[in-house]
Every structure is written in C-alpha cells, then in structure tokens.
Design a protein around this ligand. Sequence first.
Ligand code: C2O
Ligand code: CU
Ligand code: CU
Length: 477
Amino acid sequence: MNSVSSPFITRRKFLLAAASIAASAPIRPALALATGEHRIRVAPGQARLTGPDGPRTPVWAYDGTVPGPTLRLRQGQPARIVVENGLDEDTTVHWHGIRLANAMDGVPGLTQPPIRPGENFLYEFTPPDAGTFWYHPHADSLVQLGRGLAGALIVEEAEPVAVDRELLWLLQDWRLTKDGQIAAGFGNMMDAAMSGRVGNVVTVNGAPPADLTVKAGERVRLRLANASLARIMALRFEGHRPVIVAIDGQPCDPHEPEGGRLVLAPAMRIDVVLDMQGDPGSRHAVIDDYYDGLAYTLTTLAYDAGAPLRDHPLDAPIRLPGNPLPGPDLAEAERQEIVLQGGMMGGGKLAGIGGMMGMAMPGMNGAAWAINGMSMTGDGHAGMAPQFTLSRGATCRLTMRNETAWWHPMHVHGFSLSVLSRNGSPVPHRQWQDTVLLAPKDTIECAFVADNPGDWMLHCHVADHQMAGLMTVFRVT
Ligand code: C2O
Ligand code: CU
Ligand code: CU
C-alpha cells in the first residue's frame, strides 16, 4: 500500500547487484563547457542508470546526457544560453540559486512565456556570486525533473581555494520499475500529501554508486548537489571529517557538520573540503542514512596503494572568498511570516487547508498543502496574487513556520537568505541559503535585502508538494 518505502527494499538486491557490476567504473567526470555562449537542447534521450550493462531508461535530457552538461561560468561575466525545446510539451529553465534579473528566472507565465515545442529562448545573465548552483525546468516540474532534466551550474571564483582535485556529485533519485523504466504515477495523492515521490535508485552524476579512487593525503573540494524530487539525504564519510565551506553556493565559516552528517534536502548544495586521511589501500564507505532502516552505501572511497601525497594535511586556508551579498538591516526590517499547512495527518486524514485558492474540502483540485491558507498549485503562473509586497531595497525579516507533520525544503527564487535562527536558537557559521529545510513544527527566521524587483516564487522543493499547493509568490517593487 505504501508506495514510498517498499519498492526500495525489494529493489535493494537489484541495486546492490548493479553497483557491484559497475564497481570498477569510475564516477563519470562532469562535462565542462567554456564560458561565453552555450546552446542546450532539451529532448527525449536514453540513459543507463544502473550501469553499462543495465537496461536503457528512456529519459528527458539536456544535450542527451543525464544529468545535463555542467555549465561553468565566471563570476561577474555575462553568459548567454540558448535553450531549444525538443520535447512535445512546454518547458523553461530555472537557474536555481542565481541572483539574476526576474525576466531570466524561468518561471512560465510569471517571468517569461513558456518555451513551446520547437522553439528557443535566450537566457542572458551575469552571475554575481561564485558557487555551486544548478538548473532545471520550471514547467511540468514534477515530471520533467523526475524524467532527468537537471544539471549543475558552477560559477567559478576568481581565486579558488587550493586543493588537489575538485569533484562534483550531482545526486538524483529515480523511481524505476523492474525493467528499468521510469515508473508511472507522477503526482498521485499518496506521494503528494506525504513525503513526495521518493525513488528506489540513486545515481551519482547519472551513474550507479561505484568506488571513487583517492590518494592518501590529497585534499579534495567536493561539490554536492541534491537534484532529487523528494529524497532527503544525510551523508556520512566513514573515517573522514568533511569541512563545510559553502551552503547553497554561498561561503560560510568553515565547519564540520553536526554529528558528521551532511544533510542535503532536494535542491540543496553543500561544498566540502575533504582531506583524504585514510591509509593507502584502505576503503571507507560514504553512507546515506537519512531514512531509518534504509541506509545504503552511496560510494566507497578506495585508496590506492601508493605512498601518501603528503605527511600532514595541507595547511592552506580553506575559507572561500565572500560573495557580494547585500547585508540585511535588521533594525529597519519589515517582518513577514509564512505558515506551511496541510499534508497527511495521523489516521490518513488530510489537514484542513481551505482558503482563497484552496478548496472547501481537502483533497480537491489536487491541493494538499497551503501557505497562509492559500494553495497555489503547479509551476507558478500569471495572475497569482502576491503573498506580500516589499519595496525595493528594504530588508525583509521572514519567519517560516511549519505546522505540518512533514519535512519541507523551502526555496526562495532570486535571493539568498541570511539564516538567523531555528526554533529560537541562533544559527552559527553565517549561513546564507536559497533552500532551507524545515523539520516538522520548525520555525526558521531569516532575512534578505529585497534589492531585485519582480515577482518571485517561494515554494517547497519537494516537487509533489510544490505542485500540490506549497507555493506562493512575493513581489518586489
Ligand atoms: Cu529550483 Cu522554483 O526552483
Ligand atoms: Cu530557484
Ligand atoms: Cu514540502
């Protein structure tokens, strides 16, 4: 009956078999493109998500690859990206986390007309911040993201930190049938009102988990991005101490994660610096143990037998140079509050969410969630009344209160939020985030300067939740 966790268990043997077949294959390196003008074609394609000998999975892909090509841009330098739509349905591209002009934000109906089948759209923007970002559609988001449309967008610092190697893991979660097809049933009420469409196969850069060969003593910068529809991850690096240097692309005070677990909800990114302090020839698992009883090995750090690169960890600084984020003026801040409502409660009942664009009875119109009593479903569209309006340049102090029994990674377009407190306790390490994970009943306080005019989305990044009403819009004039 529960379509979320049981396929995972039954598929486990299959997963393990697939992983061992591919154990010797290196994790596929990311494609790199030069800066300047890019073209990306969106079209149906095929992928081998369980390894080279596994079944072919029909997917939707950017430039024929899953994930799409990694775009590398330079901070402060203009980029032009032409997107061609080769699908049979409308699409757009949203540059998640990039602070850009509203017209380039990729929300169909709200910031641009949808890109119709056979048509192109030119995105032009100059990324102000260096960091790890990503891109994905904002049309039919649940299905398009769930069929594979996602790619990493890296904005390079003028002066990167000194490391021996840089790695990127773009993580995706798939719900596959036994014969490797993407399972039907997108948007069913069970997923929508509960944890979203959690899948049964996780890929790293489009391939099944495999060993990662490392050298003793090397220092790696690892960029992690969770492009899953709904799967939350908590990564533990056995025998290692990753240091977080950036969250959602924005540098923070370098720190080790609480309990040694890197928690990555959908759409979140974390950059870590990892000193490979294991012994030559040793092996160390990287485990995702977010869901109780469903831990699995994402990858294994496999040390080669060679002598360590160096005796002591590098002592070069790992703090990233700051980005030009406007500092909130808390004394003069305008306060706004959003309350997350709805979802399944104990006993299989939907929490009441009735409201303006909601419905009289929960469960109608596909709405299962609401923000301040309003359910805005789908991908965002024209005619949405803004939840609140801010005047340009004002500091907004935003409280987000989760009244539901579920976890929600809440995402704001166009801005990075300075996260001030969680349940009344100050958040350390000067974190800026565009996607903040709220546990059930959590209250988060954050602040940002409304320096960018336009209508901007604010929604849960569990795609089912977004589609089913956990979304709103705010205006900066
Ligand atoms: Cu990745 Cu509306 O966002
Ligand atoms: Cu976004
Ligand atoms: Cu949610």
